[in-house]
Design a protein around this ligand. Structure first.
Ligand code: FRU
Length: 279
């Protein structure tokens, strides 16, 4: 008889609408192939934090040995994460929160990416006066807070660069496009749009091109592969640049196996490296 699966990992994903999350799950599935003694059960919260809470409860009832969670809204998920952490190890990906108790957090440094995006705007404007719009993801989400903070730190040192508007498009392309179509009517000439992910940057680009507004440079974050991924958008000239935002899927499985095999020296936090991508 074949050797039975020794470990069961539960993976709670915030949604599978966003390409970045599809990529994360793909990475997890690929990495798990390297181990014979483990299985992963995936749950998709479909953008609902309430569903994500019940997904985690269901995974625990199924007897998982370790939980990986990429949370939707951290504040709504902290209670269940902390409850689960009392019984099994928990790895949190992408969105951390001071109220989370977890074994390990894995993700890139959002404030640093925000500062680099700010510097990129400064470089693109090359000393000229400029108007900038920021398109943010889901409000209150830690990456939004970090990215905005870093971005504004740099921009605020350049009095000739004006952030004329900040809109919230919840990480979604269509929301970015719809809102910008309405707002462009009232804007002065915009020089740069910094969107907190490539999908919203693409939405912003589509809004501008449908309204025949020219000479805006678009910046995103994620830098995914694939036909509508950030790398291709930079290559096509849709985006002036993007920043890679590693999903941590592969790292999560590697650390999960170390934790389950009771290896010592597991860090509390792993910071993933991001890179700028320009043509
Ligand atoms: C996916 C996503 C990514 C972004 C990350 C930040 O949900 O919006 O595009 O980089 O989340 O949490």
């Amino acid at each position: 008889t074949p050797k039975s699966t020794q470990f069961l990992i539960g993976m709670s994903q915030a949604n599978l609408v966003e390409p970045w999350r599809i990529e994360m799950n793909k990475e997890i599935k690929a990495e798990i192939q390297n181990y014979s003694d483990v299985k992963v059960i995936f749950a998709d919260a479909a953008q609902s934090s309430e569903k994500q809470v019940s997904d985690v409860e269901r995974l625990v009832r199924l007897g998982i040995d370790l939980l990986i969670i990429s949370p939707n809204e951290v504040t709504l998920l902290a209670p269940i994460v902390n409850k689960v952490y009392k019984t099994i190890p928990v790895i949190v990906l992408d969105r951390d929160d001071p109220d989370f108790n977890h074994t390990l957090y894995i993700g890139p440094d959002n404030e640093l990416i925000g500062r680099q995006a700010g510097q990129f705007v400064v470089d693109l404007l090359a000393g000229k006066e400029g108007n900038v719009v920021q398109v943010e993801g889901l409000s209150e989400s830690p990456p939004v807070i970090g990215r905005s903070r870093g971005f504004l730190q740099v921009i605020s040192q350049h009095p000739n660069i004006h952030v004329v508007d900040t809109i919230v498009a919840d990480w979604l392309r269509d929301k970015a496009e719809d809102q910008l179509k309405q707002r462009f009517v009232t804007y002065p000439q915009i020089d740069v749009i910094f969107a907190h992910n490539d999908d919203m940057a693409l939405g912003a680009y589509l809004a501008a091109s449908k309204l025949r507004i020219k000479n805006i440079k678009f910046i995103g974050i994620d830098g995914l592969p694939g036909s509508e991924g950030g790398v291709q958008l930079v290559n096509n000239g849709v985006l002036a640049g993007t920043f890679t935002y590693p999903t941590g899927g592969k790292d999560a499985i590697q650390y999960a196996m170390k934790i389950l095999n009771k290896e010592d020296k597991i860090p509390k936090k792993v910071t993933l490296q991001s890179r700028i991508i320009t043509r």
